[in-house]
Design a protein around this ligand. Structure first.
Ligand code: FAD
Ligand code: NAG
Ligand code: NAG
Ligand code: NAG
Length: 435
């Protein structure tokens, strides 16, 4: 069965724009949009371009380049002992935090309400040229200028609650402390309140499904190593030795740890990525390590506070196979060595390690990279990640980039019709639910 979080549904299903056919006078008869990266960001850009301008489909080619041999990026599965689990984005549900009613945190509720403004009809929702503008419009910008700690203290939370509960959540979700900037922090708290979803067989199928239905030429295992502005078009060269001509180029991956060569060079604020080491173990935890008598006494989620002596952020049970064996997921800031794992586990049959360049390190005040990297038609979806990094925010940023491309390159004006919107959304919902 497929379960989806309601927050995601409005984005994919309730937009409808009628794109007026008024091609830009000097737009070429056929155009190519090139997208670097086939994560949820890149696949959503393709999806929204097609969705908002079906009339352009015959003349507009969309090329998607993905260095991996599979789409999804940071949404990926891992197979351990023959069973498949989410390895990256999963929306974790910290069971023992159920009791905490975060809706009490007024500011947090505000943040969630404000974010929902990005689902308003496109007729009343501007197309944003910068991340600052996009966040100011919804009233979320201020949250990126202060730390989560300061926001929560102002909201009247006790330092004890902040240190003991909020810290646990920001560490699990972003590998960072409550000194991270407030919006990212608010997003991680919002994600811990229940109503969570995942897609059976792997969340990555979202990206695969979007690409599949967007008439895209997908180039797997093809890494783009340079993007050159040759005046009228961009030339993208790949590690396979191929060269592609593109009228519009979209970067849908964080640039911070990549060495794509841009000609002429582009400049973006320096940003460090937080690495999260995800270690998957099939075996059994050693109760002695936790000061307990039996493995069965160890909770399904062991979360931790900020303490340099603690070698991991969280350990959670993904599946209990029987009393002697479970599959666990460990998050840590440093790699988990074999010696360490052998002290934490009494039985260890299989171990898989993934070092994720997971999300930005959040610092208040955040400084945002531009959506439009060169003042022309080179776009950057992941500029928005300095506000917050989630599958959902990637899709919201991607939608805005698609609208920027349609208005700036293709000269499209989007109009909204409320009647059509309702009708289309219920039909689309059926069509998309089995993605
Ligand atoms: C461990 C972990 C847990 C997370 N948990 C959650 C969660 O529970 N909920 C949630 O909503 N979010 C979560 N996130 C965040 C979420 O995964 C990301 O915000 C989101 O998936 C980013 O999507 P993206 O498309 O912007 O980037 P990515 O998924 O990183 O996609 C970029 C793609 O570009 C490709 N690429 C890079 N360079 C090149 C190149 N030069 N040429 C061609 N291709 C290239 C990459 O291979 C990749 O496939 C988590 C992330 C991690 C790492
Ligand atoms: C954001 O902060 C500015 C300056 O402190 C203030 O004027 C404005 O009202 C704040 N906006 C919101 C939405 O809180
Ligand atoms: C893509 O579409 C084809 C044909 O419609 C289908 O067979 C395939 O399963 C789809 N793949 C995904 C990942 O949705
Ligand atoms: C890209 O490839 C083309 C064709 O091989 C070549 O002429 C050009 O110099 C390359 N550009 C870069 C930046 O390497």
């Amino acid at each position: 069965m497929t379960k989806m979080h309601t927050l995601l549904l409005p984005l994919f299903f309730t937009f409808l724009t009628l794109s007026q056919s008024q091609p830009h006078s000097d737009a070429p008869p056929s155009s190519t949009v090139c997208i670097i990266g086939a994560g949820i960001g890149g696949s959503s850009v393709a999806h929204f371009i097609r969705k908002y301008s079906p009339d352009l489909t015959p003349t507009t080619k969309i090329q998607v380049f993905e260095r991996n041999n599979i789409v999804g990026g940071r949404i990926a599965t891992v197979t351990i002992a023959g069973e498949t689990f989410e390895a990256g984005a999963s929306i974790l549900h910290p069971k023992n935090l159920h009791a905490v009613t975060y809706t009490k945190l007024l500011k947090l509720k505000d943040a969630v309400d404000r974010f929902s403004k990005y689902y308003e009809e496109t007729g009343s929702r501007p197309i944003f040229e910068t991340v600052d503008e996009m966040l100011k419009w919804s009233g979320l910008f201020n949250l990126t200028t202060r730390t989560l700690q300061d926001e929560l203290v102002d909201a009247g939370l006790s330092p004890l609650l902040i240190n003991e509960l909020v810290t646990v959540i920001t560490r699990i979700n972003y590998g960072q402390s409550v000194y991270m900037s407030g919006l990212g922090g608010a997003v991680s708290l919002a994600g811990s309140g229940g109503g969570l979803w995942s897609i059976e067989g792997g969340n990555f199928q979202m990206a695969a499904g979007l690409i599949n239905r967007s008439e895209v030429a997908l180039h797997l295992q093809e890494e783009i190593k340079s993007v050159a502005d040759l005046g009228d078009y961009y030339e993208l060269n790949s590690t396979k030795g191929n060269s592609y001509i593109c009228d519009v180029a979209v970067v849908a991956t964080p640039l911070d740890e990549l060495n794509i060569q841009f000609i002429p060079p582009i400049s973006i604020p320096e940003r460090k990525l937080q690495h999260t080491h995800a270690t998957f173990v099939r075996g059994l935890l050693n109760p002695v390590y936790f000061g307990l008598k039996a493995a069965a006494k160890i909770p399904d989620l062991v979360a931790t506070l900020e303490d340099p002596k603690l070698p991991f952020t969280s350990i959670s049970v993904l599946k209990e196979h029987n009393e002697e064996e479970s599959t666990y997921k460990i998050f840590s800031r440093q790699p988990m060595t074999d010696i360490l794992l052998d002290s934490i586990f009494s039985v260890r049959k299989e171990t898989i390690r993934i070092n994720w360049a997971a999300y930005p390190q959040y610092h208040a005040p955040e400084i945002f990279a531009p959506f439009i990297l060169d003042g022309r038609h080179l776009y950057y979806v992941n500029a928005f990640e300095n506000a917050a990094s989630t599958m959902e925010t990637s899709a919201v940023a991607a939608e805005n980039i698609a609208r920027l491309i349609l208005s700036r390159y293709f000269g499209k004006v989007s109009v909204h019709s409320s009647n059509l919107n309702l009708k289309a959304s219920s039909q689309e919902e059926d069509a998309h639910l089995d993605l």
